[in-house]
Design a protein. Structure first.
Length: 260
């Protein structure tokens, strides 16, 4: 089997089979993480691959629509990346089930609400975001990649990576104070799908000065009910036996989805 290595890039690894797919995906990940299109030299630095190897892999990615080469000879994500994102949402009905719940939370006076999903082992993706009407907000937008090892949503995604195991007394709520941003706080709760699969984490985040004890208690109550509503709408189980709060949210979310 042919091997290829680059000085300083670690041990030699196979270039065919699964290893070739892994290398091609490294290119896609590098482009996705960047703030804009990347040159071939940028990709070489980001992936540790030779330019000749990059060109061979990029040719396949271009044919598949995952990567496009721009007129300025830089590379960006292709139309297939967009279609995959839409297919992910469609398969799980995430937007229609989650966004109304995020809107309900903010309408009831919480901090800004977000929905996060895993993005590999080290990062999480903010898939949806609804800003609160407060004048000062934390700096998170839909599409942002954030660290998995800092912040309440990351902790939830790590804790429930294998899904909900049916334990009725599991601790669902996670809180972070100044972990990702020293000036911000966050609360987060998991959202489950069929069979207890973890679909993502709803979070409430904002400036630390608004995370007082009373506010945390009130937002935690709303967040738990919202996460239950989203989980049940997506066909998932919920450990809590409380239905009253979730029932009110489900009715309100239903009205929101009916609005033009």
């Amino acid at each position: 089997m042919a091997l290829e290595s680059k000085p300083g890039a670690g041990a030699a690894t196979p270039v065919d089979g699964v290893a070739a797919v892994d290398r091609a995906l490294k290119i896609v990940y590098a482009i996705e993480k960047a703030s804009g299109p990347l040159s071939l030299a940028d990709l070489a630095r980001a992936t540790g691959l030779y330019k000749s190897t990059l060109l061979r892999l990029i040719a396949s990615l271009e044919r598949g629509g995952l990567v496009v080469r721009r007129p300025d000879q830089r590379y960006g994500l292709g139309p297939l990346a967009f279609r995959l994102g839409r297919a992910f949402e469609t398969n799980y009905h995430l937007r229609e089930c989650v966004v109304p719940v995020l809107e309900w939370l903010v309408a009831n006076g919480t901090e800004s609400s977000s929905f996060h999903v895993r993005h590999g082992d080290d990062a999480r993706l903010c898939l949806f975001r609804v800003d609160s009407p407060h004048a000062t907000l934390d700096r998170v937008r839909a599409g942002d990649l954030l660290p998995m090892d800092r912040g309440a949503p990351g902790r939830v995604l790590r804790t429930f990576r294998a899904g909900w195991g049916g334990h009725p007394n599991v601790q669902l709520m996670s809180r972070s104070i100044g972990e990702r941003d020293p000036a911000c706080g966050a609360l987060s709760c998991p959202v489950f799908g069929p069979g207890g699969e973890l679909l993502g984490a709803i979070s409430l985040s904002g400036p630390l000065e608004r995370f007082t004890g009373a506010r945390i208690d009130e937002m935690s109550r709303l967040l738990l009910a919202a996460a239950e509503t989203a989980s049940r709408a997506l066909g998932g189980p919920w450990p809590s036996t409380s239905r009253r709060g979730a029932g009110r949210i489900q009715a309100r979310a239903g009205k929101m989805m009916e609005q033009p």
